[in-house]
Design a protein around this ligand. Structure first.
Ligand code: URA
Length: 243
């Protein structure tokens, strides 16, 4: 069984610079203090950092010009707003990484994608194996969406979505899904695949149009109701282990 070490900078910082450096670089506090006083350590926004400086989560620490990080992987949930893209780099739009403090941005990638106009739960991590489990078709991790449609959703639509739908240009139907009505124009749809624009195309195949799409849950991880669009928090150990 693999042991997952969760370190969230938001929960461990503020932390003294000498303590942070000792933990990150495997040094004694004395060695760390010597490097700091000798000028080998730089901290964003601090002209001459002292050993007792209390680090903020957005401050990048460098030792001999290299970024210093606490050991262990990062696991975050983000409430993605509209007009933000799920990639690490985009010349035209804000990315999900732009919503994180610099020190975290350098380390994580989004595990799976949402369209630019889709809102809701995005998971970010530095752990490639964990994100593979989330996105691999073999693991069939359920993703639950609240789907708002232009036209009313019929019982036949719900049954067809649940049974599987042959999408335009594809030769195998979507896997069975869970489809429940929320109100006349809104449903909750849980799918285990991640085909291109899957939810929008499933509804399009029923002659409807998605006008609002919001991801509420991935596996057992539910988007935290306390997170406003654009906000993030570290996952708990239970949330990480549940994937
Ligand atoms: N399906 C879509 O069509 N869009 C998303 O962003 C996610 C799932």
């Amino acid at each position: 069984m693999s042991v997952i070490m969760v370190v969230s900078l938001e929960t461990v910082l503020p932390m003294r610079l000498d303590y942070f450096l000792a933990h990150s670089a495997g040094l004694t506090r004395k060695e760390a203090k010597k490097l700091i006083s000798g000028g080998a350590v730089t901290v964003a926004d601090e002209a001459k950092p002292k050993a007792n400086l209390q680090l903020r989560p957005d401050q990048v620490v460098m030792l001999h010009g290299e970024v210093v990080q606490l050991p262990g992987h990062r696991y975050l949930m983000l409430h993605k707003p509209v007009d933000v893209v799920c990639s690490t780099d985009d010349p035209e739009h804000r990315t999900v990484l732009d919503l994180l403090p610099a020190v975290l941005r350098a380390q994580v990638h989004p595990a799976g994608r949402l369209d630019r106009d889709t809102t809701g739960l995005v998971l970010l991590t530095s752990d490639g194996q964990w994100s593979h489990r989330l996105t691999s078709p073999n693991h069939a991790c359920g993703k639950c969406y609240r789907v708002t449609c232009a036209d009313p959703v019929s019982d036949e639509d719900l049954q067809a979505l649940a049974d599987g739908i042959l999408l335009r240009g594809e030769d195998s139907p979507t896997l069975p899904a869970l489809a429940e009505r929320v109100n006349t124009h809104t449903l909750r749809l849980t799918i285990t695949e991640g085909r291109y624009h899957q939810v929008k195309r499933m509804l399009a195949a029923r002659g409807n149009k998605v006008v609002g799409l919001h991801r509420e849950q991935i596996g057992d991880i539910v988007l935290d109701a306390d997170l406003a669009p654009g906000e993030f928090r570290a996952l708990t150990e239970e949330e990480v282990a549940g994937i």
